[in-house]
Write a protein that binds this ligand. Structure first.
Ligand code: NAD
Ligand code: UDP
Length: 321
């Protein structure tokens, strides 16, 4: 049955894919965004659809609508962007999530919060399981994001216990794909844009830190399964691809796949950069029947094609390092 669905952060990287998929499944979608890191370019192709509505709004302010489901994605996700205005970032996760929970409570909507692997901080348990409470610095440069997202999880659980709000928490691990902002400073966009432009590939630290990359269509599939689960499973649940690699190996893979002459250069490692990250997805598999399907080369090919087209159109693209 068709639903009225609010997607906050809908003009961002993941949100734009979610808007498209839920429209294709015949839902009415309200895409709400303040365009801090999102862009109309990501959703322009949806604007002529009568079932799509775009609202410029900031979730730190109250918002009223009648909806059945809320996907709360609004929050900058790349370290340079969430550190740009750290106070605003934590307000987005605390005030913003409170506003969205108030909305969910009033209209009895189900709400899914886009949490993050960053709630595990620099993890001592590897791979990360949902029962691990994490190792997060509360006063560092990543804290506005990490602690904001941890507090958002607390708010979700307290509204659930105290007010019976129908909540869902997913912990997203590094996700990539088309519609990433070429200038947003994350490793996938930086390396691909640098390789395509023949610029130096900037590795922070010695490149021995690990990440596990999930293609966006796999993630969106997991998000929708979680939202529509009727077995009483509310999470938190990890969603990510367990295929782990070092950042140095990732740089080499991008150079090979883009056939680039770029050289690797080493820059200082930013504070509190996690040394290892890999999701344990046993729970997602058991409760949602979910496993990621897209192989890294297949996903990267699509992403490289996307950035190559973008660079052709806009010569002014600068990498945020
Ligand atoms: P993104 O930066 O592309 O998208 C975030 C969107 O939220 C943007 O469109 C931005 O303009 C909007 N936004 C930011 N603050 C807002 C506010 N106060 N009010 C309204 N809109 C606001 O990032 P993304 O990669 O698409 O991430 C989406 C969500 O998933 C975020 O909550 C992020 O924390 C979470 N997440 C993403 C990843 C990943 O690898 N991409 C990993 C873990 C968690
Ligand atoms: N990184 C890097 N070069 C870049 C951008 C990022 O070496 O140009 C590293 C970063 O220090 C981190 C990893 O790549 O160890 C992933 O960074 P990203 O910002 O994508 O996300 P994170 O997982 O740290 O939130």
């Amino acid at each position: 049955m068709s639903k009225r669905i609010l997607i906050t952060g809908g003009a961002g990287f993941i949100g734009s894919h979610l808007c498209e998929r839920l429209l294709n499944e015949n839902n009415d979608v309200i895409c709400l965004d303040n365009f801090f890191t999102g862009s109309k370019d990501n959703i322009r192709h949806l604007m002529s659809n009568d079932h799509f509505e775009l609202v410029r709004h900031d979730i730190t302010k109250e918002y009223y609508a009648e909806v059945d489901q809320i996907y709360n994605l609004a929050c900058p996700a790349s370290p340079p962007h969430y550190q740009y205005n750290a106070i605003k970032t934590i307000k987005t996760s605390v005030l913003g999530v409170t506003n969205m929970l108030g909305l969910a409570k009033r209209c009895k909507a189900r709400i899914l919060q886009a949490s993050t692997s960053e709630v595990y901080g620099d993890p001592h348990v590897h791979p990360q399981v949902e029962s691990y409470w994490g190792n997060v610095n509360p006063i560092g440069i990543r804290s506005c994001y990490d602690e904001g997202k941890r507090c958002a999880e607390t708010l979700m659980m307290d509204y659930h216990r105290q007010n019976n709000v129908d909540t869902r928490i997913i912990r997203i691990f590094n996700t990539y794909g088309p519609n990433m902002d070429p200038n947003d400073g994350r490793v996938v966009s930086n390396f691909i844009v640098q390789a395509l432009k023949g610029e130096d590939i900037t590795i922070y630290g010695d490149g021995s830190q690990t990440r596990s990359f999930c293609y966006v269509s796999d993630l969106v599939d997991g998000m929708i399964r979680m939202m529509n689960n009727e077995q009483g499973f509310i999470g938190p649940v990890n969603l990510g691809n367990p295929s782990e690699r070092t950042i140095l190996d990732f740089a080499k893979l991008i150079i090979e796949m883009t056939n680039s002459n770029s050289k690797i250069v080493y820059k200082p490692l930013p504070g509190d950069d996690p040394t290892q990250r890999k999701p344990d997805i046993t729970l997602a598999n058991k409760e949602l029947g979910w496993v990621p399907k897209v192989d890294i080369r297949e996903g990267l090919n699509k992403t490289i094609e996307y950035f190559a087209t973008k660079i052709q159109k806009d010569e002014k693209i600068l990498v945020n390092v």
